[in-house]
Design a protein around this ligand. Structure first.
Ligand code: GLN
Ligand code: ZN
Length: 725
């Protein structure tokens, strides 16, 4: 028997309905009643979409904010009364909200729960199953679903050293949670089974799943990363209703007991290219012929993709993309060709079979070759002493002040961009507005007395999208929205061919800014790791290859910028640490890639050009080796909210360091006194000549008056600190 299973269809909806509902409810423009009705309607639409194409799909996916928060609340980690939406949203986005963290190397952020010190879990009435408001209609037809306990334990703020006691307590809690759906098929999502260390935890896990499998028909669904072979083998001994296995090179499918369906995860959930269904059919048909019950499924939940391909595509992409809805269609087609393959060995194909094959054949075209040959890696940069000496001509004071790049983006600017897009404004008129904004930013920075200036990035919508628009080989989608966290969405661009710099990227804006001031202006570029991490990658092209090609495109820009007399270049790599591979054995290779990519971008610059690196959103414990291989002259970090002692791991490195004078995410004014105290705290870990003074990230999302107040205080604090030296 062959069936199709899909999961994670974007809760955002085809037209960002989810975002509108949440934001309307939060702002008070949508009543509680209308909000819940709206969610029901959205869920009905999602279910109908599943129903149209696939056999099996989950119930209860339409989280009120984040599935991990749902689980934490259901298990009583944060006790709430039934229906207390205000309490729930306070946990998601109030003053004491749980921290956000990237989810399994994707660009979705989940809320990170805190486990109780003593393993005690008390399921909360009204928050588990049946699901809280807005999604119970799904329970009639879909498979009830929950995130599994292993994923909770591994992804918490405080993962326990020993899982045994926690898993024991969670066994009781989950058994209680599933009572309302006792005996039914339940989908337990366990992406953490692919993490390092799952093998050691197996005995406890087997006990947990074994017990739960007595209460419900349990389908165990790992995804994203294939679990170790030993883990799969062990899970395959359990009396499960279904076991998910990610089909990847080198993964062999386990023998499962009679009655267990193999959930073969075959179509992409993180990439956008259509699947070669005929090839997949060849691989799967021997399995189908054994009589094994097979469910074909995606390798990741579908919410990392936009809802559907809903715009006219350029020729190179037409007929090649599959977003979430197209993935459902792929599963249906795959099932059709598998069914015909297993029934029609002897007899000539029936007309329906012919159609299925014809459709599958027409569905897929192989990708064009990735035709890119990188130039040789430059030799390393000149020694640091030589660079420091050459850079003295920047004539910077002790504790130099600078910003990270973006200045507040006003509504006016966003309107200009909208009008440029809709062609209501031509390029020349738009450029005049941009020049105006740059002029104002430079004037402001001179008045404030900053030392290294920026043009303020008024021309950038988003730090990746902007480069995707200027580089050939990228397609920045118009409507391809994906949920980032809560109600926040973004549009990942699609890299489909080797990136080529057909026009300058930052040259024009940077030179214009530099023409207005004698102070050095930084050229600011988004780095190759971040460009690759926050885009969909070309078909069949490894992350590594994409990074190198992007680095090469940036290298040309950086060379040209320097040849025009720009003296400071900054590379932004906010994705650097979040892309740290989840599997330890892949980390050395990643470190080497980061070093090589950075060298390709800045390695040919003369010693007098000062190279800055900016990083954010990170846990900096892993940072040091990266700074060693990248060897920038100055690094700025998003560290203003961390305890200054995080610098301990960076002592002894001989580079300039700007750990962040104030937190750009807060609208509050930070008095000069407080900034001074913060800077002094940094000096406990750094010699004076290495401390830089800067906000901890770009100022784009601040109001102009908020940015101004804090920059003023920051410069004032730097001046006072200089007096003390
Ligand atoms: N230069 C960018 C800015 O200032 C950097 C953004 C980021 O690090 N996320 O907005
Ligand atoms: Zn940043």
């Amino acid at each position: 028997m062959i069936r199709t299973l899909a999961y994670g269809l974007p809760r955002l909806g085809p037209n960002r309905e989810y975002k509108r509902l949440l934001e309307g409810f939060w702002s008070g423009s949508i009543s509680r009643e209308d909000f819940l009705e709206g969610l029901e309607a959205l869920e009905a639409l999602r279910l109908a979409t599943y129903r149209e194409q696939v056999d099996l799909y989950p119930a209860g996916e339409l989280s009120l904010y984040d599935p991990m928060l749902d689980l934490a609340v259901a298990l009583g980690l944060y006790p709430l009364d039934p229906g207390d939406l205000e309490g729930y949203y306070a946990l998601a986005r109030g003053k004491e909200a749980l921290p956000l963290r990237k989810w399994f190397g994707t660009n979705y952020h989940y809320l990170v729960p805190r486990l109780p010190e003593r393993p005690r879990y008390t399921p909360q009435p009204g928050w588990g199953l049946p699901y809280p408001v807005g999604r119970n209609q799904a329970l009639k037809e879909g498979l009830p679903t929950l995130l599994g306990p292993y994923t909770l334990l591994r992804m918490a703020q405080n993962p326990p050293d020993r899982l045994g006691a926690h898993l024991e307590a969670l066994t009781e809690a989950y058994v209680e949670l599933v009572q309302p759906v006792r005996g039914r098929t339940v989908l337990l999502q366990e992406p953490a089974l692919g993490l390092d260390g799952a093998e050691e935890d197996l005995p406890h896990l087997l006990a947990f799943y074994g017990t739960l499998a007595q209460e419900v028909s349990l389908v165990l669904l790992p995804y994203y990363l294939p679990p170790a072979p030993r883990v799969v083998e062990a899970l395959a001994t359990l009396p499960l209703r279904g076991l998910g296995v990610i089909l990847a090179p080198g993964v062999s499918l386990p023998q499962v007991p009679k009655g267990t369906a193999l959930v073969v995860e075959v179509v992409e959930g993180l990439g956008v290219w259509r699947t070669n269904l005929l090839a997949l059919g060849e691989v799967l048909s021997p399995l189908a012929e054994t009589g094994q019950e097979v469910w074909v499924a995606p390798k990741a939940p579908l919410y990392h993709l936009p809802w559907e391909v809903a715009e006219p595509l350029p020729g190179a992409l037409a007929g090649r993309l599959a977003f979430a809805r197209e993935r459902l269609k792929e599963l249906a087609l795959l099932k059709a060709i598998l069914l015909t393959r297993t029934t029609s060995q002897e007899s000539p194909p029936s007309p329906e079979e012919e159609t299925a094959f014809a459709q599958a054949r027409a569905w897929y075209t192989p990708p064009p070759p990735w035709d890119f040959r990188p130039s040789p890696v430059p030799a390393s940069r000149p020694p640091r002493e030589e660079r420091s000496k050459a850079q003295q001509n920047l004539a910077l004071p002790l504790f130099p002040t600078t910003t990270i790049g973006s200045f507040p983006q006003t509504k006016e600017l966003r309107d200009f961009r909208k009008r440029l897009r809709s062609r209501a404004l031509d390029q020349t008129a738009y450029w005049l507005h941009i020049q105006e904004a740059i002029r104002a930013n430079i004037r402001l920075q001179e008045e404030l007395g900053l030392d290294v200036l920026v043009h303020g990035e008024p021309e950038r919508s988003d730090m990746v999208e902007f480069f995707a628009e200027r580089l050939e080989g990228f397609y920045p989608t118009q409507k391809g929205f994906v949920l980032s966290y809560g109600s926040r969405v973004w549009r990942p661009p699609i890299l489909f061919a080797p990136p080529r710099r057909r026009e300058p990227l930052v040259l024009r804006e940077t030179l214009f800014a530099q023409s207005l001031t004698p102070k050095p202006v930084k050229a600011i570029l988004t780095g190759p790791i971040t460009l690759a991490a926050w885009s969909y990658l070309p078909q069949g092209v490894e992350f590594r290859e994409a990074v190198i090609a992007l680095a090469e495109a940036l290298r040309e820009e950086v060379k040209e910028v320097a040849s025009h007399g720009i003296r400071v270049v900054q590379v932004d790599e906010p994705a650097l640490l979040e892309k740290l591979p989840l599997k330890a054995k892949e980390r050395p290779g990643y470190l080497a890639l980061v070093g090589e990519a950075f060298l390709r971008v800045v390695g040919e610059l003369p010693p007098e050009v000062q190279v800055h690196l900016h990083l954010c959103y990170s846990d900096y414990a892993a940072l040091r080796p990266f700074l060693e291989v990248m060897d920038p002259d100055v690094v700025s970090l998003e560290g203003a909210r961390q305890d200054p002692s995080f610098l301990q791991t960076l002592t002894g490195l001989s580079l300039g360091l700007g750990p962040g004078a104030f937190d750009v995410h807060s609208p509050l004014e930070v008095p000069a006194e407080e900034i001074l105290t913060r800077l002094q705290a940094y000096l406990r870990y750094l010699p004076a000549e290495r401390l830089w003074v800067n906000p901890d990230c770009g100022l784009k999302t601040r109001k102009p008056e908020e940015a101004l107040a804090n920059l003023k205080n920051m410069v004032e604090a730097a001046k006072r600190l200089r007096k003390a030296f």
